[in-house]
Design a protein. Structure first.
Length: 166
């Protein structure tokens, strides 16, 4: 029984010490005289750092904002394609066959026309299905055939057959 009582006192000792540490709310330091104010410690101003020779300073937030163009390009606006020229404006001399591509049963021709280049497929204006690209050939032009064996591209322009060879 005495051993049990000793264990209870030992267990209660940390609780009593914690309560005693809370104190009575009085400060252990003596209050200073009302007229004797302690002057605040002067904080020395930090000395400016000199950047190392390879250091490149970052622009400030204001400089970044000022460098941006005002307004924005609308990513949802429709794509404006360069106006296609009419068949009479684009002579055949401007159209050049630069290569042929064959894959399975489909064939494409690489052409350049008026400073632009791209692929054309058999059909109106040489549009390739599923490419999502604007027509490279002007209205009125139709690709009637692509002959991989002979290296030829056959076109129909306003009822006239034209053949371009590599």
């Amino acid at each position: 029984m005495a051993k049990r009582r000793t264990n209870q006192l030992i267990a209660a000792l940390p609780v009593l010490l914690a309560l005693a540490a809370c104190g009575t709310g009085e400060s252990s330091t003596a209050p200073s005289a009302p007229g004797a104010a302690i002057p605040p410690a002067r904080a020395s101003e930090p000395t400016p750092l000199t950047p190392s020779p390879g250091f490149i300073a970052m622009p400030s937030a204001q400089q970044v904002v000022q460098a941006q163009p005002h307004g924005r390009v609308d990513p949802f606006a429709p794509v404006t394609a360069a106006p296609a020229s009419t068949p009479s404006e684009t002579p055949q001399a401007d159209l050049q066959l630069t290569g042929l591509i064959g894959s399975g049963r489909s064939a494409q021709a690489l052409v350049s026309l008026g400073g632009q280049s791209g692929t054309v497929c058999i059909g109106r204006q040489g549009l390739c299905p599923g490419s999502g690209l604007p027509a490279l050939l002007p209205p009125g032009w139709t690709v009637t055939g692509i002959d991989l064996g002979r290296g030829q591209l056959r076109l129909n322009q306003a009822g006239q057959q034209r053949v371009l060879s590599l």
